[in-house]
Design a protein around this ligand. Sequence first.
Ligand code: SF4
Ligand code: SF4
Length: 338
Amino acid sequence: MNGILNNLALALLRRRHQHVILHITTRCDLRCKTCFVDKGGADITLEAAAKIAAALPGVRWLDIGGGEPFLHPDLAAICRLFPQSAITIPTNGQRPESIYETAQALVRDVRTELTLALSLDGFPEENDAIRGAGAYEKALCTFHLLRAIPGLVLKINTVVCNANSDRLVEFMGHVRALGPDYHSLLLLRGAPSDPAMALPPMSALEAMTPEVLDILGSYDYGDRGNPVLRVLKKRYQRYLWRISLKTLAARRCYVPCKAPWLHKVIYPDGSVSMCELMPPSGNILEKPLYEIESRMAADLSAYEQARGACYCTHNCNLGENIMTHPGSILSVILGLRP
Ligand code: SF4
Ligand code: SF4
C-alpha cells in the first residue's frame, strides 16, 4: 500500500520539476575549509541560462548555486528567466554594498518568493578559522543591510562540522537574537577541501538535539501571517534534523532517495547531475531532459550495485524526498518523530 501511494505521489509531483540547483558560476572570493565545489572560474552565459530555462518549464523551486552567485554580473537577469519559481540564493556576504544593490534589484524583479541564505559558520573565531580572516565581519555587515530590505526572506546557513560543533547551540542562540527569518543547519557533506574537516561524532549531534530543536522551533520561517503553514514548517524542520541523524546512524536513506526524478543540479557548461555528490549524467544544452533522467536512474542503480546503498543528508534532497513520502508527510502534519 505504501509503495502504491509512493508511486502515485511521485507520478503527480513529476509533472512539475521539483527542485533545480543552477550553478551560475564557479568563481568565489573565499576558500572555505568545508567547501567541496569546483572553483575553476567559469560563469554561465545568459544565452545558456535562457536555453536551460526553456528546457525546464515550471521549476517549482530554483536554488541558484556557485561559487559565489553575487559575483555573476547577470544574477538578476538569470533569475528573471524563471518567473514561476520560488528562488533561493546563497551568499558568502563578502561584498556588502554590491550584494545589497543586487538584492534590491532582485526584490524588485522576482515576483515569487525570494530567499537569500547568508553563510555564517559560528562566532568570529570559528567562522574565520573555517572561512578566512575577516569573513565574519563582512558577512555580518551584509546581514544588517539585507535585513533592512522589505519583501525578502533572509536566512542564515551554517555548515555543522567538527570545527564549530562545540559552541553550535550557543551560536544558534546568537543567530536567533540577530533576527533572521530562520536558521538552516547543513551537516558537512562531500569531500571538504581541508581533510581535517569532518562531521562531529553522532553522540555530540544527539546530545545537542533537544536544544537545536527548541531553537529551530522558535522561528516563523517567513510566515508570520499564516499560522498553519508556520506550524507545519516548524514541524518539518524538526523532522528534517531527526531524519538526518537517523540517516547518518543507519548509513542508508531513511526516506527513499528520488534524486533522478526530483532533483537537477546544472553546472555553468550545461552538464546535469541528479545531486551535487554525483557526476553529471548528460548535458541539457545537448540532450532532451527525459534522456538525461533515464540515464540518471541507470547511473544511480549502477553506483548502488557497485558500492552499496547511497545515502546523504543534503537538506535540499531530503526535503523533496520527505515531501513525496506519504509516511513522512503524515508525520510532519501530525508532528510525529520519524
Ligand atoms: S563554501 Fe561557498 S563561499 Fe566557501 S569557498 Fe565554497 S563556494 Fe565559496
Ligand atoms: S542519496 Fe544523496 S548522494 Fe545519493 S543519489 Fe540521493 S541525493 Fe545523491
